[in-house]
Design a protein around this ligand. Structure first.
Ligand SMILES: [Zn+2]
Length: 154
């Protein structure tokens, strides 16, 4: 899925970092610039590699964020979303790729958890917690509290 980061305006520093990455990946493939420019096919290959690697890095960090206790809403905010839809927007971006379903290690109960995302009770969304897991209990309480009128869903 190719979607711009909401509210994100790339700076010269961002652009320059991407161009350096393209040059580095092309060099790793054995392609050297012809004068000031890389051959267009080498750039296409390098950007495809960067997209795949960036997505993998993002997904690893989503897993780490969930393990560290960050909510889907916080992940959504990091992706540039805001408001009550941020959690669902984040999950839609992250889990839309069918071969990657968020899975992370629960530090509270020591089990691997499959995460079906926000929008349903944590007991249904997070499968794999051990019985009596304190994190799942806290998430369930927060989910119930968020369902009260006037609070944003986390
Ligand atoms: Zn757990």
């Amino acid at each position: 899925v190719n979607r711009p980061v909401p509210g994100f305006k790339p700076t010269l520093a961002h652009r320059s970092a991407v161009l350096r990455a393209v040059a580095d990946v092309a060099a790793a493939d054995g392609t050297t610039p012809d004068g000031a420019h890389l051959p267009p096919l080498a750039v296409i290959r390098a950007t495809a590699i960067i997209e795949d690697e960036a997505r993998a890095e993002r997904n690893t960090s989503v897993r780490a964020a969930r393990e560290a206790g960050h909510t889907w809403a916080e992940i959504g905010e990091a992706l540039g979303y805001s408001g009550p839809g941020a959690a669902a927007d984040a999950y839609r971006v992250i889990a839309v790729i069918p071969e990657w379903f968020p899975e992370w290690f629960c530090r509270a109960c020591g089990r691997h958890v499959q995460d079906a995302g926000p929008g349903m009770p944590p007991a249904d969304a997070e499968t794999g917690h051990a019985g009596g897991c304190t994190r799942l209990a806290a998430a369930a309480a927060a989910w119930e509290a968020a369902r009260q009128p006037g609070t944003a869903q986390r």
